[in-house]
Write a protein that binds this ligand. Structure first.
Ligand SMILES: C[S@@+](CC[C@H](N)C(=O)[O-])C[C@H]1O[C@@H](n2cnc3c(N)ncnc32)[C@H](O)[C@@H]1O
Length: 232
């Protein structure tokens, strides 16, 4: 078992935690929710354990009030008091993100959709899609990295290796029947499971292939970094 300690914060699924544990690292997940996969899990706030001497933090801070999808609700002229409440929640979400980004942990990856943080506070280190790593979904995912190399992927075969990506996913067309009876046709790329809309809970789960690439690419990087430090 490696001595490297990894905190996977805001993870209820156990996907990233289990992938690192299988590779011999000590990884613990943490979420206000119970874990869906039995294993090392702290059920409670990440801020209770953030300063406990971790080597790496992989965090998925809540994005409801940060993602571009809901930012138009923050217009006070159009949405009045509701917009004010939303701006207050957005500011709390920014503080949450920044406290994790500023944690006393050497290697940090924070994952969030494109939105308020990327547009106004800090540009992400890289933007990936699950299909870059062989999944069927297109879902723009931003990563903010500290002391970690960007995840490598190949959209095409080239001189250095075979492509890791699947073909660019085609959007699905689905019909939404609103409570008002109104019927709308929408295109989705990342939100469908077995022909039905995924719930928010299902949509926020980390894709297995992204977790696998974190383990292979960053696990090796962490071991090298530790060996270099010990050799000094
Ligand atoms: C976008 S979801 C991330 C899900 C993750 N990708 C997974 O595969 O489980 C954000 C999570 O943050 C959790 N959360 C919110 N506040 C938290 C806190 N103070 N400490 C730990 N987790 C928190 C929520 O319960 C939610 O599960």
């Amino acid at each position: 078992m490696s001595e490297i300690k990894i905190l996977v914060a805001c993870e209820y699924s156990g996907v990233v935690r289990d992938s690192f544990n299988k590779a011999g690292f000590f990884a613990m997940s943490c979420d206000l929710l119970p874990t869906e996969s039995p294993g090392n899990h702290y059920q409670g706030s990440v801020f209770d354990i953030l300063n406990d001497g971790w080597d790496m933090l992989i965090g998925h801070p809540p994005c409801t009030y940060l993602s571009s999808a809901g930012l138009h609700f923050c217009n006070i002229e159009n949405h009045g008091k509701k917009a004010i409440e939303r701006i207050i929640k957005r500011n709390q979400a920014i503080e949450f993100f920044l406290k994790m980004y500023d944690a006393p942990i050497k290697h940090i990856c924070l994952e969030n959709p494109i939105g308020y943080i990327s547009a106004n506070i800090l540009k992400p280190t890289q933007i990936i899609h699950p299909y870059y790593f062989g999944e069927k979904e297109m879902k723009r995912t931003a990563l903010w990295l500290k002391n970690l190399p960007p995840l490598q992927f190949r959209l095409q075969d080239d001189l250095f290796g075979l492509k890791t990506a699947s073909d660019t996913p085609e959007p699905y067309q689905i019909t939404i029947r609103k409570k008002t009876g109104q019927v709308k046709k929408r295109y989705w790329t990342d939100c469908i499971s077995e022909g039905k809309l995924k719930s928010g809970h299902q949509k926020s789960k980390t894709f297995q292939s992204i977790a696998d690439n974190m383990v292979v690419q960053w696990g090796g990087y962490l071991l090298d970094a530790k060996n270099r430090t010990e050799a000094l």
